[in-house]
Design a binder for this molecule. Structure first.
Ligand SMILES: CC(=O)CC(=O)SCCNC(=O)CCNC(=O)[C@H](O)C(C)(C)COP(=O)(O)OP(=O)(O)OC[C@H]1O[C@@H](n2cnc3c(N)ncnc32)[C@H](O)[C@@H]1OP(=O)(O)O
Ligand SMILES: NC(=O)C1=CN([C@@H]2O[C@H](COP(=O)(O)OP(=O)(O)OC[C@H]3O[C@@H](n4cnc5c(N)ncnc54)[C@H](OP(=O)(O)O)[C@@H]3O)[C@@H](O)[C@H]2O)C=CC1
Length: 283
């Protein structure tokens, strides 16, 4: 399968990062979101990341411009009509994702692979919204995408072997390390990471220690690059809550119950770094 043109759906923190690394590896990219202002925000993040590389003399201005030139903004889903691969990175919500995949199935060419960057939602269920479940796969990048090496590749029940191989090869072409996992709530990454973050929120909720102390313990004691509450803010508290809800519902086990404090913050619109306030405040 020859992948040349990639469409990325959702120009948020993940979608913009995915578009950036694809363009850096020579793919023609379409970066799509619902409104022009969201696409502009995504393009702004990419521009800032590349400009930082230029300032550090790790990239030439010409190279930056040609990477940016390979990314075409879009607010029309019909732009999927000539895509070889669509990578969906919209919000972590099954209803939104299944609706998008049903539409993309109608628009994208027959040979196109439809991938989701979902953090936790079942790929098999997303695939069932299409008439090409064998061409649907999970392609789970880590945040920040330009820095993190892992791509967790998730096989749905019907995913074809050649589709898996194409996505594995594509991930390698992005200088990432693919790891194969099966379709289970939270896959491997978030089944292990998110309960730790949720437990850190409980630790704060129960007054065991301050947020700074909790983060310091995990940073200095366990050598984590970020404390769990800082990391939750970085991921997005809405995304953390959605993932915990998927684990809770998917396994039917109360050990995955989301902490009420996490729920409260999300209800308040305190979504972390992206909204300016989460456990910490950001200017
Ligand atoms: C929720 C899910 O479904 C799955 C997930 O993604 S879970 C989240 C997974 N991610 C993590 O756990 C990240 C944990 N944190 C870290 O690894 C580090 O704190 C970090 C890589 C984010 C920053 O590292 P740091 O050493 O503190 O920062 P810093 O020295 O400023 O940056 C290191 C490099 O990363 C780059 N960088 C840092 N933040 C970046 C960002 N947000 N976007 C792009 N590049 C970034 C810097 O430009 C720098 O690049 P160079 O080496 O080319 O100069
Ligand atoms: N944050 C993280 O650390 C990671 C997240 N993920 C996953 O990646 C996906 C995106 O997360 P993230 O980038 O953090 O989220 P963001 O909130 O930063 O971005 C999501 C973007 O998708 C847009 N969007 C929502 N609905 C649609 C739609 N129907 N069509 C097109 N665009 C849409 C949003 O617009 P609007 O602002 O209007 O809602 C927003 O711009 C989620 O599935 C998440 O679980 C995976 C790995 C890590």
């Amino acid at each position: 399968m020859d992948i040349k043109k990639v469409m990325v759906i959702g120009a948020g923190q993940m979608g913009s990062g995915i578009a950036q690394v694809c363009a850096m590896s020579g793919y023609n990219v379409v970066l799509h979101d619902l409104k022009q202002e969201f696409v502009d925000r995504g393009m702004g993040i990419i521009n800032k990341n590349l400009s930082r590389q230029v300032e550090k003399e790790k990239m030439s201005e010409d190279n930056k411009n040609s990477i940016l030139g390979r990314i075409n903004p879009s607010t029309e889903l019909n732009n999927a009509a000539d895509a070889d691969l669509v990578i969906e990175a919209a919000v972590e919500n099954m209803e939104i994702k299944t609706k998008l995949f049903a539409q993309l199935d109608e628009i994208a060419p027959e040979h196109a692979i439809l991938a989701s960057n979902t953090s936790s939602l079942p790929i098999t269920e997303i695939a069932a919204a299409t008439k090409r479940p064998e061409k649907v796969i999970g392609m789970h990048f880590m945040n920040p995408v330009p820095v993190m090496k892992l791509v967790e590749i998730i096989r749905g029940l019907a995913t074809a072997n050649e589709v898996y191989t194409a996505i594995e090869d594509m991930s390698k072409s992005l200088n990432k390390v693919p790891v194969e996992v099966n379709d289970f709530p939270g896959f491997v990454s978030n089944r292990i990471l998110m309960p730790m973050i949720n437990e850190a929120v409980y630790t704060l909720y129960e007054g065991v220690a301050s947020k700074e102390a909790i983060d310091e313990v995990m940073k200095l004691g366990m050598n984590h690059p970020m404390g769990p509450l800082t990391l939750a803010d970085f991921i997005g508290l809405d995304t953390c809550l959605y993932i915990m809800e998927t684990l809770h519902e998917g396994f039917g086990d109360d050990k995955y119950r989301p902490c009420p404090l996490l729920r409260k913050y999300v209800k308040a619109g305190w979504l972390g770094k992206k909204s300016g306030r989460g456990f910490y405040e950001y200017s």
